[in-house]
Design a protein around this ligand. Structure first.
Ligand code: 5RP
Length: 223
């Protein structure tokens, strides 16, 4: 199976989960990236069953609207039963690195509101320890160099993702060289640096369910 076929299988499993666990008319949280795109395409086949969606990026909003799926602002929504999104890396404890698509801040906000975070991945994303994938950190542009120096003090090697501006108008630093054995601790530490908007560690609020597509079928991991 190709990686895209695996991503599609994970997205199809997520759609089955959503249909089995949410009431007709529910609002669905939708993530960002190529796996989330497969989920959006699958969601389009049942768009009359859902009340609408909340998107974690402008790219996902456009794709959803292109399918004729209603997209609401998060501020209009009080109940979000489920959020479906991919990850760049995920551990068996369902801690993640996210933000490869620069949407980490909105992803973290939407997932904070959601009752259940369903992560959809192909098998290559499952790792014992986070950090091989560079950790994205969204920063206020004027603080970029300062934040980079503070990250160096913590042992990381930050690189500015030049030419990329987030949906919130900010910059991204990708931090290399970390083997992250305490994801929750590092997530908290990075958030304390002035000028950091969000970091791509999703450990304090990890996923609740991982649907991991392998050539042998979709495996489920729960928290
Ligand atoms: C975007 C993300 C994505 O979920 C992550 O990059 C995974 O993307 P893909 O499904 O394309 O591998 O965090 O900011």
């Amino acid at each position: 199976m190709t990686q895209d076929e695996l991503k599609k299988a994970a997205a199809a499993a997520a759609l089955r989960h959503v249909l089995d666990h949410t009431a007709t008319g529910a609002i669905i949280g939708v993530g960002t990236g190529s796996t989330a795109n497969f989920f959006i395409d699958a969601l389009a086949t049942v768009k009359d069953r859902i009340g609408g969606t909340v998107a974690s990026s402008e790219a996902s909003r456009q794709r959803l609207e292109g399918h004729g799926i209603r997209v609401l602002e998060l501020n209009e929504v009080t109940e979000l039963p489920v959020y479906v999104d991919g990850a760049d890396e995920i551990t068996p404890r369902l801690e993640m690195i996210k933000g490869g698509g620069a949407a980490l801040t909105r992803e973290k906000i939407v997932s904070a509101v959601a009752r259940t975070f369903v992560c959809v991945c192909d098998a290559s994303k499952l790792v014992p320890v986070l950090g091989k994938f560079p950790l994205p950190v969204e920063v206020i542009p004027m603080a970029r160099a300062y934040v980079a120096r503070e990250i160096v003090k913590l042992g990381g090697q930050p690189r500015w993702r030049e030419g990329v501006v987030t949906d919130n108008g900010n910059d991204i630093l990708d931090v290399h060289g970390w083997s992250i054995t305490d994801p929750a601790g590092l997530e908290q530490r990075l958030d304390q640096i002035v000028g950091v908007v969000t970091n791509g560690l999703f450990a304090a609020r990890g996923a609740d369910l991982l649907l991991l597509a392998t050539p042998e079928g979709v495996r489920e991991y729960r928290n």
